[in-house]
Write a protein that binds this ligand. Structure first.
Ligand SMILES: [Zn+2]
Length: 301
């Protein structure tokens, strides 16, 4: 059993210990092992290029229902277009939350948010796949995704991720410059991986990230200290990881309120032929089927 830094807020300590297996199985190195689901892929037909204007409103926050649209302001036809059976419920306009981030002191570490709202949070890592269809999906469905970007793979086209952020109202966060296993590096090496990426993302996107995800979920006390030294307020792990067809759970086979769900920017080469939009549709159906909707992680911190 790996030992993890325990600088977390108290209520997540047990959850982190329980989540070690999920982290190991579903982290950045996971390449779809264990796929075996019988259900066929969704028929996520590419939309026609007529209604492509990105919507910059915050999803689910007071959007007025227009004719033919749901309470999130999403046209009902968009759900069918992207392979969902029905609308996603709106996230509460006023989140039920206990502040997670601290104004000072070392970063906190968490893998879920304490809330009674029936919401989970979508996070996407790395940044290798840059499928324009995913920008359209995120915009049309108003998906507020948190993107943890690694410079060595995402940096070839940061514009793609700016478009994703603008389309869905999500946020850009830090996932190192080179996707190193930080536990193998001394403090200064870790600091370079984390803090150089803080600088690059701030220079490119205009906002300094507050959240950091260590590659593979691997970190130690030096990681927390290094991240805190350059403005990171929290290390964000996860409770569930989305594979090609299956969602892997930290405990049992159910989502819980406030869970953080990990996915990756991956394309057909890594998804056995599936696209990122098909994988995301499957993930959203798992979430819907269990009575949850998606919310913006940063709004709950
Ligand atoms: Zn990663």
């Amino acid at each position: 059993m790996r030992v993890r830094a325990r600088r977390s807020v108290s209520w997540v300590a047990g959850a982190l210990a329980a989540g070690v297996l999920v982290v190991g199985a579903g982290g950045c190195s996971g390449r779809g092992a264990g796929e075996g689901e019988g259900g066929g892929p969704p028929k996520a037909t590419a939309p026609t290029p007529d209604d492509t204007t990105p919507d910059r409103t915050t999803p689910g926050q007071g959007a007025a229902a227009a004719p033919g649209a749901d309470a999130r302001g999403v046209p009902l036809k968009a759900y069918a277009t992207w392979g969902l059976a029905g609308p996603l419920a709106p996230a509460p306009a006023k989140p039920d939350r206990t502040p997670v981030l601290k104004p000072s002191g070392p970063p906190v570490v968490f893998d879920r948010v304490r809330t009674n709202d029936k919401v989970v949070f979508l996070t996407f890592d790395d940044g290798a796949e840059k499928d324009p269809q995913f920008v359209r999906m995120v915009g049309e469905l108003k998906l507020p995704i948190s993107m943890f970007l690694t410079d060595s793979v995402a940096g070839s086209d940061y514009g793609h991720f700016a478009r994703l952020r603008d389309a869905g109202g999500g946020a850009i966060q830090n996932h190192t410059t080179g996707h190193a296993n930080l536990r193998t590096l001394p403090y200064e090496g870790q600091r370079k991986q984390i803090c150089d990426q803080q600088d690059r993302l701030e220079a490119r996107f205009g906002t300094r990230p507050t959240l950091f995800r260590p590659p593979y979920g691997n970190y130690n006390d030096d990681t927390v200290r290094a991240a805190g030294s350059c403005g990171v307020k929290a290390l964000v792990l996860w409770r569930e990881s989305m594979q090609i067809h299956d969602m892997r759970y930290a405990e049992g086979d159910r989502l819980r309120s406030g869970d953080i769900v990990l996915a990756h920017f991956r394309g057909p080469d890594e998804l056995k032929g599936s696209t990122i939009t098909e994988m995301t549709a499957r993930m959203l159906r798992r979430i819907q089927d269990q009575g949850f909707t998606v919310a913006r992680l940063e709004d709950y911190l």
